[in-house]
Structure formats: C-alpha cells, structure tokens
Design a protein around this ligand. Structure first.
Ligand SMILES: Cc1cc2nc3c(=O)[nH]c(=O)nc-3n(C[C@H](O)[C@H](O)[C@H](O)COP(=O)(O)O)c2cc1C
Ligand SMILES: Nc1ncnc2c1ncn2[C@@H]1O[C@H](COP(=O)(O)OP(=O)(O)O)[C@@H](O)[C@H]1O
Length: 372
C-alpha cells in the first residue's frame, strides 16, 4: 500500500473513502467497502496489484501523475477506460481535534496500526491530509475542487452519514454529494450502524426489537467509552476484531522473575489509547516480521497500571505468558484484550501480590479456555 500526503505525488485516478477512521471499526469498514468493490471491478486490477507488491514501499513507476504539470491535470477528471482506479482512503493527520485543541490525542489506531489495518483490507493507497491552518480554512467547494478533483482525480466517493468537511465543518455528506455531482463523481453515503449494548452483542440492524432511537451509533467515542469502562466484549464487537496493544518488549525492574511471574513490559506508541487500568485476560502473538507464517497465539494475563505495590511511578503495560519461557526483550508483541478481570490494587507485600497474580492466572485461564 502506498502512503502519501497531499503535498506528494499520489496514485490517480482514485476511488476514495473519506474520514478520520480512528479505530477502523465496523462502521468505518462499511464506508471503505464501496471503494474496495470498485477496485475489484476494475478491469486492469490484477496486473496492477502484481506490480504493487514488487514495489512495496516505493511509488510504482508507471502509475504516477505529476500534479504540478497542468498537462496531466485535465479539467475533466474522468478516468480513461483502461486506467486503473486506485482504492484510496483519505484521512487527516494529525487528528483534527489535536489541531484545534493543541493537545495530543490518544488514538485507538495510531498511524502504523491504521496502515496495517488498511493494508490487510486490500486498500491500495492511504493519503494523509496534513490538518493545518490551510486545510482547515478551505471551503467545502474548495476542498472538493482542490483536493478531490485536482489532486486525487477522484472517480467515486464514500463517506459516513455524519461526515462533515470544510471550514468550520460547514459541509455535510449531502453537500458533498451535490458538490461532487458537478464533476460527475458519485457519492455513497453510508448510514450509521447502531449498537444495542453489551448484554446483547448485536448491531441494531440485526435486531429489529430495538428501536434505533435507543441505540447509539457505532463510533470511535463509543468504543473509547467501552474501553474506559473495561467493557472489552463490547469494544471488540464494535471493532469487529479484538482491541490490540502492539509494542516492543523493554526492560523493567526485573522483579517479576523473583516472584515466579516474569512479565514482558511493553513500550507502546505514545499516542495509543489505553483501556481501563487493571488486569486483563489476553491472547498474545509474538510478531516476526521476517516470517511468512504467523506464530501461534499464546494465552496470558496483562496488567496496565502504576504498580502501587512496588511504588511504580509511571503507567506500565506488562504481560505474563502462560507455559512459556524464553527471552522477549526487543521482540514485538500484539496483545489482544479478551476480558477485564479486576482493577489494580496496592498490596502489603510482594508475597500478597504473588498470591493474587496466581488467582488472576487461574481466572484468566478459565475465561480464555471457555472462549475456544
Ligand atoms: C496479572 C498481574 C496482576 C498484577 N496486579 C498488580 C496489582 O494489583 N498491583 C500492583 O502493584 N502490581 C500489579 N502487577 C504488577 C507487578 O507489580 C509487576 O508485574 C511486578 O512488579 C514485576 O515488574 P517487572 O516486570 O518490572 O519486574 C500485576 C502484574 C500482573 C502480571
Ligand atoms: N512466561 C513469560 N512471560 C513473560 N515474559 C517472560 C516469560 N518467560 C520469560 N520471560 C522473559 O522475562 C522477561 C521479564 O522478566 P522480569 O523479571 O519481569 O523482567 P523485566 O522487569 O525486565 O520485565 C521478559 O521480558 C521476557 O524476556
């Protein structure tokens, strides 16, 4: 997948899914679907995909359009019949909220994770629009003309029903449809799927007994809320996959091994959104980027917290793997959350902590094995 910004050369023409897409949840996946379907329909798709794999990380040589050359920017952006239309996700980076608040924003899917998600879905290009003063002051009309038509030679668009764009979020999804029609760009507006709650793990569209007014739409903020509450089941359902912490194993205080529970301490991306602090049942993958096949899943327990028992000063994320021994320092782990077990506590002694961790392991094993 090619990742570029609007100031760079991009692959065109494009079929575009537009949005913030933090979390890449079930709703986002529905917005992206029409773009993937368009790519599947493309006659030249297979040949293009092959070229793409070979040039991973570099721009494919013959697919570029020079945006600075007016000759390659016809007034009419329509693709010629034999041109491949690139399935493209266009998003904002940094997150618009970060730009307006001036505060860093924790994300469900930091950039690397989002790239990986989109790659696995089959998206060919991710375009990061630098959310700055210039971009935020474009009117809806200017956004469509300058970004979608001129830069991306967009042939098809897909957005969620609640999509807003342009200066002061003045443009709605319906406005986008009207503006895009001037350039003959069809727009799919995806209706928001709703969710009925953790005791009924089903989206409203599958559950006619729940009127839509009672069910909140599937959204990034709803998932953040479920994770803050330790409601992992709901979060995982809304995401369509387990909420996962990707991190590199770093050195800790080396106390774990002394109580019989070595724990791999993870360094996460700085902007990764953390769920409720406490103890979790988890599934862990040791990621070997050079291997073709995935390593088997290992069951374990995770603690996220300040470790008050050992006077920890900062939040640490650490996992103990069941029935596993070896050296994990420097390795990359993917830790999938399965269930929140309990909040973190301050114990009077390491011995008391050890007894509690034994119990946690027992409960986690029951939870994890009952899932298989
Ligand atoms: C399952 C589990 C539960 C834990 N619960 C607590 C807790 O309630 N309170 C606490 O202070 N530390 C807790 N810890 C963190 C331990 O204090 C920490 O693993 C230990 O100090 C070893 O740290 P080290 O890896 O830096 O050596 C927990 C760790 C695990 C694996
Ligand atoms: N079952 C296991 N679960 C987690 N880490 C393990 C396990 N067995 C061995 N290790 C290794 O031990 C290290 C953790 O031991 P620990 O004494 O807690 O040291 P640290 O404080 O540096 O994390 C891990 O980083 C890993 O390399």
């Amino acid at each position: 997948m090619w990742v570029g910004s609007s100031s760079e050369e991009l692959l065109t023409p494009t079929a575009v899914a537009l949005g913030k897409f933090d979390g890449m949840h079930l709703g986002h996946q529905r917005v992206i679907q029409p773009v993937l379907q368009q790519a599947k329909r493309a006659v030249t798709g297979t040949a293009c995909d092959q070229k793409f794999v070979q040039n991973e990380g570099n721009l494919p040589e013959r697919s570029l359009h020079d945006f600075t050359n007016p000759a390659s920017q016809p007034g009419n952006p329509t693709a010629t019949t034999n041109e491949h239309i690139y399935s493209t996700v266009v998003t904002f980076h940094p997150h618009p909220q970060e730009f307006f608040s001036g505060q860093p924003r924790a994300l469900l899917t930091p950039l690397d994770e989002k790239v990986e998600q989109l790659r696995s879905l089959g998206i060919e290009q991710l375009v990061l629009l630098p959310f700055d003063k210039e971009l935020s002051s474009l009117s809806p009309e200017e956004f469509v003309e300058k970004i979608l038509v001129q830069k991306l030679r967009c042939q098809q668009l897909s957005v969620g029903q609640d999509f807003c764009f342009g200066k002061q979020r003045a443009g709605t999804a319906e406005d986008l449809k009207l503006l895009a029609a001037k350039y003959n760009i069809p727009v799919t507006i995806v209706t928001l799927e709703t969710y009925v709650g953790s005791d009924q793990l089903t989206a409203e569209s599958n559950c006619p007994s729940h009127p839509p007014t009672q069910a909140p739409p599937i959204s990034t903020s709803l998932i953040r809320q479920t994770l803050e509450n330790g409601d992992v089941k709901s979060a995982n359902f809304l995401l369509g996959r387990p909420y996962t912490l990707f991190g590199v194993v770093i050195q800790g205080q080396k106390l774990g091994r002394t109580i019989g529970f070595p724990t791999a301490n993870l360094q996460l991306p700085k902007d990764k959104f953390l769920p409720r602090l406490g103890v979790y049942a988890v599934r862990v993958l040791i990621i070997d980027e050079t291997a073709d096949t995935q390593t088997p899943t290992i069951l374990g327990v995770m603690n996220i917290g300040n470790r008050p028992t050992v006077d920890g000063t900062n939040i640490s994320v650490e996992v103990h793997l069941f029935d596993w021994s070896g050296d994990l320092y420097g390795k990359k782990l993917a830790v999938q959350l399965v269930e929140f077990l309990r909040p973190e506590q301050k114990f009077d002694s390491l011995e008391a902590l050890k007894t509690q961790i034994q119990l946690d392991c027992h409960v986690a094993k029951e939870v994890l094995l009952s899932e298989c």
